[in-house]
Design a protein around this ligand. Structure first.
Ligand SMILES: C[S@@+](CC[C@H](N)C(=O)[O-])C[C@H]1O[C@@H](n2cnc3c(N)ncnc32)[C@H](O)[C@@H]1O
Length: 263
């Protein structure tokens, strides 16, 4: 792989090593069960005639501001993130409340590189430094599964690498999102786990209650530092030989990859 190839080409080349179907996608794919549950949901849109939504926008008034004037995530925001949606009047490419929907937000994508990491398969690094905490990096794309489909897939196969992401939210009620990037996905499927990560996962809602899972930086990242996030909570009693050894090599390393007990 050369640094001149696009991140899509690099991802396809790295995925081809597995010799299974892999399709590069730019938006999530819903499994049939998920689609049915969303049929009746569509959030109300704002009526903003300005191209950029400000504090007068009904979406911003209802859910609070999500992003600051540098287009970074407002840190420690307590409310869930609802961006302006397809019912809104504002301009998709200009509205300040639509960060993850805008082409211009993917500014680091052309500097991303898939590279081989000793013992872990492939990983991802950015050839440029990313100085600001809260910078949007990309979306974890794949097939959005129902819990039953996620369970079936995780018990049916015994692959070397797992691409099933489980995101749990503890709001008024607990909700879980399952995204499988094994057969359909983008470059973020190659981001490895670290016990001291530099990215965080943030659920973003746009048209309905099903979140997109976005990556934001959780601290400044040096050029060519491996990107990482935490795959989940690590229980102290999980350290059994059947769990995979963690090779993140951070001083905070817990020794094993988090175990997805909820799948
Ligand atoms: C979502 S994939 C990440 C990309 C993967 N490295 C590859 O080459 O396809 C997750 C898998 O990567 C490996 N992995 C990720 N982080 C790791 C770590 N800190 N230590 C060891 N293996 C890791 C594990 O096999 C895990 O199931």
């Amino acid at each position: 792989m050369t640094s001149k190839s696009t991140i899509e080409e690099q991802t396809l080349a790295a995925a081809a090593v597995d010799k299974h179907l892999f399709v590069y996608i730019y938006s999530p794919i819903m499994s049939s069960g998920c689609e049915r549950e969303l049929d009746d949901e569509q959030y109300e849109g704002c009526l903003c005639i300005d191209k950029e939504c400000s504090s007068n926008c009904s979406c911003v008034a209802r859910f609070g501001r999500n992003y600051d004037s540098s287009h970074c995530l407002i840190l420690n925001k307590l409310n869930p993130i609802f961006e302006c949606n397809s019912e809104c009047n504002c301009d998709v490419e200009k509205c300040s409340n639509r960060l993850t929907q805008q082409d211009s937000s993917y500014k680091f994508e052309s500097d991303m590189e898939i590279f081989a990491v000793e013992g872990k398969g492939y990983g991802v690094r950015c050839q440029k430094a990313i100085d600001i905490e809260g910078t949007f990096i990309g979306l974890y794309l794949g097939e959005i599964l129902t819990i039953n489909e996620a369970k079936q897939r995780s018990t049916a196969a015994n692959y070397e690498h797992n691409y099933l992401l489980l995101y749990t939210e503890h709001n008024l009620i607990e909700s879980k999102t399952y995204i499988d990037a094994r057969h359909y996905g983008n470059w973020t499927r190659f981001i490895n786990h670290s016990c001291d990560p530099n990215l965080e996962l943030v659920p973003i809602r746009i048209d309905n209650n099903l979140p997109c899972i976005a990556f934001f930086t959780s601290r400044p990242i040096s050029a060519n530092e491996e990107l990482s996030y935490s795959y989940g909570f690590q229980h102290d009693d999980q350290h059994d030989k059947s769990f995979k050894k963690c090779l993140c090599s951070s001083v905070k390393c817990k020794g094993f990859l988090p175990f997805l007990a909820d799948i």
